[in-house]
Design a binder for this molecule. Structure first.
Ligand SMILES: Cc1cc2nc3c(=O)[nH]c(=O)nc-3n(C[C@H](O)[C@H](O)[C@H](O)COP(=O)(O)O)c2cc1C
Length: 208
């Protein structure tokens, strides 16, 4: 009897381990939100660069439609939720990880991004969700602090290594939109490594 129970335990443990290994090999679905309101956005270019550098690890969906989301309305946040918000929330919920890449506007975060996050407050979609938080701006310190505070409030899972402040962002790209700053490229590579680890740790935790 006890031998067969032990065998079963081994089989289950082996299956779980194999499943976990498979999970870690699979490409992760990342939903990347661009906070900028500009069409020629350096943050958009940065996310495109991340997509390029991480193409072996991530299937990255770039979301740059914050300006099309309706203005936050608490009366519609739980019932009668607008379809654009339902879709936006589903994208977050189904992703393995979220990247927010944003400039600072007037010592704060852009209103479009704040608006989108307000629509998420009544939900738990960010709880324990692996997140990468990037502020890429002229200066960006205050906006970055605010982004971290808000994401902590919604219980997102991010670390110092998946949180990045890139200052002087406009000068990091050439006229053709090519990233010319090797230090920033290194930072992005370290960010991708740390973010991948965070997602894998999250998978391990959710199975144990
Ligand atoms: C309305 C507005 C307000 C801004 N305020 C700030 C600011 O407070 N701090 C800062 O570092 N940059 C500020 N900037 C400059 C942006 O950091 C810079 O334009 C950056 O490149 C924007 O990112 P993007 O190219 O992705 O749009 C502001 C830009 C705009 C359009």
């Amino acid at each position: 009897m006890s031998i067969s129970i032990r065998c079963c335990t081994f089989v289950i443990q082996g299956t779980c381990k194999a499943y976990l290994q498979q999970l870690m090999r699979d490409k992760k679905n990342i939903f990347a939100i661009v906070g900028s309101a500009s069409s020629n956005s350096a943050n958009q270019k940065l996310v495109e660069k991340i997509a390029d550098l991480s193409s072996k690890n991530f299937n990255l969906t770039i979301y740059n439609r914050l300006k099309f989301l309706p203005h936050f309305d608490p009366d519609l946040s739980i019932g009668n939720v607008p379809k654009e918000i339902v879709e936006f929330r589903q994208n977050i919920e189904s992703a393995d990880g979220i990247i927010i890449c944003t400039p600072e506007y007037v010592f704060s975060m852009p209103s479009g991004l704040k608006n989108a996050l307000e629509w998420c407050i009544a939900t738990t979609i960010f709880s324990n969700k692996p997140c990468g938080l990037i502020t890429a701006s002229a200066s960006g310190e205050k906006g970055h602090e605010m982004l971290q505070l808000i994401m902590k409030t919604v219980m997102a899972n991010y670390t110092d290594k998946t949180s990045l402040l890139i200052q002087g962002i406009k000068g990091k790209f050439d006229r053709e939109g090519k990233l010319i700053d090797t230090e920033v490229k290194n930072k992005l590579e370290n960010f991708i490594d740390a973010f991948t680890k965070l997602i894998n740790e999250n998978d391990t935790k959710s199975l144990s």
